[in-house]
Write a protein that binds this ligand. Structure first.
Ligand code: HSE
Length: 439
C-alpha cells in the first residue's frame, strides 16, 4: 500500500451488491464529507461486481466500472482496497481474498464464515503482503466489538466473552415469549424480515453464531481462530413450554455464544441458555445483538446494537475503510499471527452449572421413580421439578432444575434409557447462567 496524500481518495472495489453492498454505497453517498474529514481523505467506490448488473438496488451504479468476475477487482489499477460482501466460507469470496492479498491490496470483509474457517491463512497472507485485513462487520453487524476488544480493551486480559450473536435466533426466542408462539410459527417471519441467513439452518442451528464466536475468541484471547472447537447447539429443540417454564423460574432463554479461558484451555460454546432476568443479555430483544466481555482492568464491558441489516453492517464496513484510508495496519487478530497460540479446547460438557432439563416421558405409574433413579445413578441432584399438563398425545414433560453438575452427567441420566422406557425422546438440556457471572 503506498502512502497517499490527504486529498487522494481511497479508491474502493465492492464485490457483492446485496443489502449490505447497496448500504455501503448509500452510506458513502450520504456521509462522504464527514467521512473524508474524519478519515483525512475521501473514500470513493470505483468498481463493483455482483451477480446481476440490471437489478434495481436503489443506488446508482451506472458510473462505476463493472466486473463480471469479482476476482478481477483485485488487480484493477483504479482500486486501492477491496471490500468483499459476497459471503460463503469458500468459493468466490475466498478466491477474491487471496487475490487481494496477492495484489497487496487492503481487504475488508463482512464474511464471518470465511474468517472463522480461513482467518488464520488470510491474516498470515495479509501480514506477508503488508496490508490490513479488516472484518468488523463480520461480528455483530454495526456493533464495534472487534475495535472495542482489539483497541479499546487492548490492555486487558479478557476472562470471558458471552454474547447474543445471532439476531434471527434472538428474534425468534423473543417473539415466542412475547406472543406465546411456537418456534415454527416465528421462523417464517424472521426470514421475511430479511435478517435470516440464506440457509436458515445456519441461524437456528447456531452455526452463524459459532462463526462469530470463533472470531471473537481469537481477538479476546490471542488464540488461533478454531471454529472446529466450538460446541454448537441451536434453538430448534426449544419449545414454548420451555420459555414459559424459564419465565416462571426468573429466566429468559437466549442463544448465547460463550468463550472463556479455563486453565490453559479455551472453552467455546454456542447454546440456548437460561439467562437471569437481571442480566444484560436478558434485556436484549428482537433481532439485536449484544456482547459482554469480562476484562481484568476495565471490568465488565457491554456492547449492544443491531447485528444485521444494511445500515448497521455498512457502518462497520465503512469504519474499516476509514482505518484503511488513514493507513492503519494493525494485525488482523489484535496481535501478529506468530503471537497467536493454539489453545487446546476445553470440553464444555465438563463445565459445572445448574441445568434445566426437559424430559418427555410416558404418563404411567412409576415413571417419576424411574427418572429419579436415573438421575440418582448419575449423581444428579434435583433442585426443582415441575410437570405441566399432559400433551395431546398423552405424554408429559418433566421440567427439572438440577443442582450444580457437569453437563455430561445431566445429559447422561435421562440419556441412559437402556431397557427402561421412561424417557420417550432425547432430553433438552440447557445450562443456567448464574448470578455470580455478572455480579
Ligand atoms: N443472520 C445473521 C443474524 C445476520 O441473524 O444475526 C448477520 O450475521
Amino acid at each position: 500500500m503506498t502512502a497517499a496524500s490527504p486529498s487522494t481518495p481511497l479508491r474502493v472495489a465492492l464485490a457483492g451488491l446485496g443489502t449490505v453492498g447497496a448500504g455501503v454505497l448509500a452510506l458513502l453517498q450520504r456521509n462522504l464529507p464527514l467521512i473524508a474529514r474524519r478519515a483525512g481523505r475521501p473514500i470513493i467506490v470505483t468498481a463493483v461486481s455482483a451477480r446481476d448488473r440490471q437489478r434495481d438496488r436503489g443506488v446508482a451504479i451506472a458510473d462505476l466500472a463493472w466486473e463480471d468476475d469479482a476476482t478481477a477487482l483485485a488487480s484493477r489499477p483504479d482500486v486501492d482496497a477491496v471490500v468483499e460482501l459476497i459471503g460463503g466460507a469458500d468459493g468466490p469470496a475466498l478466491t477474491l481474498a487471496r487475490a487481494a492479498m496477492a495484489a497487496a491490496k487492503p481487504f475488508v470483509t463482512a464474511n464471518k464464515a470465511m474468517m472463522a474457517h480461513h482467518g488464520l491463512e488470510l491474516a498470515t497472507a495479509a501480514e506477508q503482503a503488508g496490508v490490513p485485513l479488516k472484518f468488523e462487520a463480520a461480528v455483530a453487524g454495526g456493533i464495534p466489538i472487534i475495535k472495542g476488544l482489539r483497541e479499546g480493551a487492548a490492555a486487558n486480559s479478557i476472562a470471558a466473552v458471552h454474547g447474543i450473536l445471532n439476531g434471527t435466533c434472538n428474534y425468534i426466542l423473543s417473539r415466542m415469549e412475547r406472543d406465546a408462539l411456537e418456534f415454527s410459527d416465528v421462523l417464517a417471519d424472521a426470514q421475511a424480515l430479511g435478517f435470516a441467513e440464506a440457509d436458515p439452518s445456519f441461524d437456528i442451528d447456531g452455526v452463524d453464531a459459532a462463526h462469530k464466536l470463533a472470531i471473537l475468541s481469537a481477538i479476546a484471547f490471542g488464540s488461533k481462530p478454531d471454529f472446529a472447537a466450538v460446541a454448537i447447539h441451536g434453538i430448534r429443540p426449544v419449545r414454548l413450554v420451555d420459555i414459559h417454564q424459564a419465565a416462571a423460574l426468573g429466566y429468559r432463554i437466549r442463544l448465547v455464544g460463550h468463550a472463556e479461558q479455563a486453565a490453559a484451555k479455551l472453552l467455546q460454546r454456542v447454546q440456548p441458555v437460561l439467562v437471569p432476568l437481571a442480566h444484560p443479555l436478558a434485556a436484549v430483544k428482537g433481532p439485536l445483538n449484544a456482547v459482554v466481555a469480562e476484562a481484568d482492568h476495565a471490568g465488565r464491558l457491554i456492547f449492544m446494537g443491531a447485528g444485521a441489516g444494511a445500515g448497521p453492517t455498512a457502518s462497520a464496513v465503512v469504519a474499516d475503510l476509514m482505518d484503511v484510508a488513514r493507513g492503519e495496519r494493525g494485525p488482523a487478530f489484535a496481535m501478529p499471527v506468530a503471537q497467536l497460540v493454539a489453545m487446546a479446547p476445553a470440553d464444555p460438557s465438563e463445565r459445572q452449572a445448574r441445568h434445566y432439563l426437559r424430559l418427555r416421558v410416558a404418563d404411567r405409574p412409576g415413571v417419576l421413580a424411574e427418572v429419579a433413579a436415573l438421575l440418582r445413578d448419575s449423581g444428579v441432584s434435583i433442585e426443582r421439578l415441575n410437570q405441566p399438563a399432559p400433551d395431546a398425545d398423552g405424554s408429559v414433560h418433566l421440567m427439572i432444575v438440577t443442582h450444580l453438575v457437569a453437563e455430561w452427567a445431566a445429559g447422561a441420566a435421562p440419556g441412559a434409557r437402556g431397557g427402561r422406557r421412561a424417557v420417550l425422546a432425547p432430553p433438552l438440556i440447557m445450562p443456567i447462567m448464574e448470578e455470580e457471572q455478572f455480579a
